[in-house]
Design a protein around this ligand. Structure first.
Ligand code: UT7
Length: 324
C-alpha cells in the first residue's frame, strides 16, 4: 500500500497595503521602469505596523481550512516555512496553533529561506508517509519588509510580505504517477555560497535581527541552471519528462529567472503560474501564494501535474512534483 500526501485545501493572505514601484522613486535613485524590466515586479504588499508573520500565517491557514471544509482540531500538525519569525522562539507554528484555537497536534518551523516551502512540503510528506501525522497544514509566511535596508536600492525594491497554505492529507494510492498528491521531491544546498544572500545579524552573532544582503547578479547566474536541474531531477525520479508538467509553479524572485527556467525545461510561459508582478519576492510564501492564486484563477485543476521549484539563501534549492 502506498500512502500519498494529497492536497485537501488551499488559501492565502496578503496584507492590505499595496506599494507600487513608483513609491520608491521618491526615496531612492530608482525608477518603475528599472524595477519592472530587471525583475518583473510592479507592486508588492507590506504588512502593517504590528502585523506579524504569524498573523499572516493564521489568516492563510483559516482560508485553507475553509477551502477544505475542516476545523482546526482536524489538523494533526503544522509546518511553517519562514525566515522572518515573530520572535527568535517559540516557533511561528506554535503561535499559529494557538491562534487557530487548536488544542492538539504539534507544530514547528522550517528555515530554508526562499526554498523553504519545497523543504516544508517534503518534510510534511515524510511525516504523512511515515504515519506521524495524517493531516498537515503546510504554511509559507514571511514579512521580509522587516529585514530590508531601505537605503539599498538593489534589494529593498524586490521583496514583499504574504502567506499561503496547503492542507495535505494521507490517502491510499496505487503507487504510480496516476495518484494525486506529492509524487517526488529533490532538495539541495551548498553552504559555500553563503555570501550571495544572507542577513547580517542573528542571535549568536550580534543579538540583532539584521538586514538582508544580496549579490543579485551572481545569484541570478546560479539560479536558472540550478532550478532547471532540480525540477528535472524530481521529474526524472518518477519517469516524467520535463514538458510533461501541466504547471510550473516557480519561486517568484524575478521574471527573467522564471522565463529562463521554463525555456530550459521546454515549457511554454502559458503553463507557468506568475505572480511576481503583484507580490514581489515573498521568499517561502511565494510558492503557496502562487498555487492559491493559480487555483483562484481557474488555471490549476484536479489531476494537473505541478512542478514547484525554488532557490534562495544558503544556497538552498529544490523541487516538489505533485498531482493536484
Ligand atoms: O529569492 C532568492 C533568490 N533571489 C534571486 O534569485 C534574485 C536574483 N537576482 C536578480 O533578480 C537580479 O540580479 C536583480 C533584479 C537583483 C538585479 O538585476 P541585474 O540585471 O542582475 O542587475 P545588476 O545587479 O547587474 O545591476 C545593474 C545596474 C547596476 O548599476 P551599474 O553598476 O551597472 O552602474 C546597479 O547598481 O543596476 C543598478 N541598480 C539599480 N538601478 C536602479 C541596482 N538596483 C537598482 C535599482 N534601480 N533599484
Amino acid at each position: 500500500m502506498t500512502i500519498r500526501a494529497v492536497v485537501k485545501g488551499v488559501g492565502h493572505y496578503l496584507p492590505e497595503r499595496i506599494v507600487e514601484n513608483s513609491e520608491f522613486e521618491t526615496t531612492l535613485d530608482t525608477t518603475d521602469e528599472w524595477i519592472r524590466t530587471r525583475s518583473g515586479i510592479e507592486r508588492r504588499h507590506f504588512a502593517a505596523e504590528g502585523e506579524t508573520t504569524s498573523m499572516l500565517a493564521i489568516k492563510a491557514a483559516q482560508a485553507a481550512l475553509a477551502n477544505a471544509d475542516l476545523m482546526p482540531d482536524d489538523i494533526d500538525a503544522l509546518v511553517v516555512a519562514t525566515s522572518t519569525p515573530d520572535l527568535t522562539f517559540p516557533s511561528v507554528a506554535t503561535m499559529v496553533q494557538s491562534g487557530l484555537g487548536m488544542t492538539r497536534g504539534f507544530g514547528f518551523d522550517v528555515q530554508a529561506v526562499c526554498a523553504g516551502y519545497v523543504y516544508a512540503l517534503t518534510t510534511a510528506n515524510a511525516l504523512i508517509v511515515s504515519g506521524q501525522a495524517n493531516r498537515i497544514l503546510v504554511i509559507g509566511a514571511e514579512t521580509f519588509s522587516r529585514i530590508m535596508d531601505w537605503t539599498d536600492r538593489s534589494t529593498c525594491v524586490l521583496f514583499g510580505d504574504g502567506a499561503g497554505a496547503l492542507i495535505l492529507e494521507g490517502q491510499e494510492g496505487t503507487g504510480d504517477i496516476s495518484d494525486r498528491g506529492i509524487l517526488s521531491s529533490d532538495l539541495n544546498s551548498d553552504g559555500r555560497h553563503r555570501e550571495m544572500l544572507y542577513v547580517d545579524g542573528g542571535v549568536s552573532t550580534n543579538g540583532q535581527s539584521g538586514k538582508l544582503r544580496m549579490q543579485g547578479n551572481p545569484l541570478f547566474r546560479q539560479a536558472v541552471d540550478k532550478l532547471t536541474q532540480t525540477a528535472h531531477t524530481a521529474l526524472a525520479k518518477i519517469g516524467l519528462a520535463d514538458n510533461d508538467v501541466d504547471w510550473i509553479v516557480p519561486h517568484q524572485a524575478n521574471i527573467r529567472i522564471i522565463k529562463g527556467t521554463a525555456k530550459k525545461l521546454g515549457v511554454s510561459m502559458d503553463r507557468v503560474i506568475v505572480t511576481v508582478q503583484d507580490h514581489g519576492n515573498t521568499s517561502a510564501a511565494s510558492i503557496p501564494l502562487a498555487i492559491s492564486v493559480g487555483v483562484d484563477q481557474g488555471k490549476i485543476k484536479h489531476g494537473d501535474i505541478l512542478a514547484t521549484e525554488a532557490i534562495g539563501g544558503g544556497l538552498a534549492w529544490g523541487s516538489v512534483i505533485l498531482r493536484w
